[in-house]
Design a protein around this ligand. Sequence first.
Ligand code: AMP
Length: 397
Amino acid sequence: MSAILVVNAGSSSIKYQVIEVGSERRLASGLVERIGEPLGRLIHRGESGSISVETEQAIGDHLEGFALLAQAFAEAGRSLESLGIAAVGHRVVQGGSEFVEPTVIDDRVAARILGLAELAPLHNPGNHQAIAAARTAFPGIPHVAVFDTAFHRTLPPAARTYALDPAVAAEHGVRRYGFHGISHEVVSRRAAAFLGRPVHQLKQVVLHLGNGASVCAVDRGRSVATSMGLTPLEGLVMGTRSGDIDAGALLHLMRAGYDENRLDRLLNTRSGLLGLAGSNDMRDVRAAADRGDAAAVLALDVYVQRIRHYLGGYLALLGGADAIVFTAGVGENSAPLRAEVCADLEWFGIRIDAARNAVASGEARAISADDSRVSVLVVPTDEEAEIARQTWVLVSG
Ligand code: AMP
């Protein structure tokens, strides 16, 4: 039996899972974090999900991180060799216009991923560092890059074009790329499977609501509109990101003395739910709102209004939908949020069933009422399984 090592790495962390091909069983998972800091940490979990190895020590760089990870597998009694790792699948945030399919990584591809750092300065450099280290740590097996932008390769010109001078846009690569593509793809396919219908017959609006959040209009399996743009900053209100904001507000702040780094920190790390309500965790914000905290109530109102704004817009773009699909941390777990998003949409043929919506479950499920013309679903996302699937398709084909 073969398995894929799935790696989702940033500049100071490596998240990993081993997924068996075919069954999609999770054979192991873990996290190496605080790479480059005085005290790093590794947590390794076996197939049951319980922690089997935990260590704290200095982890100088990604290469040391992968060595420690390999050691953890051996210590846990299932070495990487014994698991039959056929390939490593790397999540890469930004593929630009160049990478629109999963791609086997050679030196040229690795260099191009680093070259795209200009478009994704917060993500691609960390992805590239991890890829270089993993290729050294695990030579002799293919390494595959799976891009978060690739599912949005089908965005039509009207959806991917900003109304800017085309020469400026072309010179600097300024267009909508879209993100969370791995999630939107797996969730829209699993939603279709749940409904027992081919994905190429369905129109769906997928709401990925996690710490990062985006909406995607999926027309017969193809992304035709999505709320994130050139960067993962545009669109919905997120845990720490502002989402949509008048570009004129940035000019205004720059004239008031903000430079690019301060703006970057403000918009990416100090805005969203955290900025408005003091926490980026929806559970905290909901609890505070329930206690009557005015800032938390406003944060939720802004959050919900933004989602409904996109939902209505995408229903118009698609000419109606067969399904609305909630996924990711907030979408899968917050029944009140789902109820607020779907309130008063009977005119659109959307009505949820309060009892079904209240059920907490880790399974795909319908929460719409029997007489709702549009199916409203909750479908857990599984980006790692999708990366493993796409990696296997490429290396076994
Ligand atoms: P993700 O990025 O998909 O892992 O989502 C993480 C976010 O999901 C957290 O920051 C929380 O805001 C949210 N979340 C997780 N569990 C719950 C829950 N039970 N109720 C509401 N929000 C939740």
